[in-house]
Design a protein around this ligand. Sequence first.
Ligand code: SF4
Length: 246
Amino acid sequence: MDKIIGNVHSIETCGTLDGPGIRFVVFMQGCNLRCRYCHNPDTWNTDGGTLYTPRDLFNEIVKYESYMRFSNGGLTITGGEPLLQADFLIELFMLCKEHGIHTALDTSGSIFNDQTRILLEWTDLVIIDIKNFDKLQYKDLTGFDLQPTLNFLDYVNTLQKRIWVRYVLVPDLTDDLAIISDLSKFISLHRNVERIEVLPFHKMGEYKWETLNLPYTLQDTKIPTEAELLKVLEVFYKHNRNVIIV
Ligand code: SF4
């Protein structure tokens, strides 16, 4: 134990947006995707974060145990892409589970291998971002293939793990209602999906692209209107009536 080192971008000690209850949220450094709307491009580089052993990070997490317990919260790992550091997270999640701390993994599901499978054994909740359901548009948006994400979702569902799906609505990039309808039907085949979150595109991370000297392509893209959001929520609701949709 503890020979593996994790590279952490940042920590939020009392998050309320990434899973149930109050969460200790860890943003891992490094991402294999290059989403055009990413608001955390500073997590992409696999170098440059803070190094922790699983035990050292666990010792930070456990300080907040009482907040997590009274709120039915826990630990959420996000990124970047957490699955790039699955070995580290396996040890961290094992420590958490030994202490009864709830574990959530927020991922694009794009890295699906043996280490991913082991990590999922120690994961209570999977929050999966499906960025587009059209494979060409997915590639254009993320620079990566869609299929591993779909395989990942199928696999997590067979494990009977709790699943939340996230979808970012970006005008002109992810707002095709026919494609969203296909995604909605696909999700409805997965009985363990208990929640779908539709997140409106925002521009709060735009300045980071400039700071990092990265080419940002969405300067002229608008934030979705309430009416546009409602239309998308309706499409998800049509096929997923027993699922919480927000
Ligand atoms: S997966 Fe997340 S962190 Fe990685 S590029 Fe996409 S939005 Fe950014």
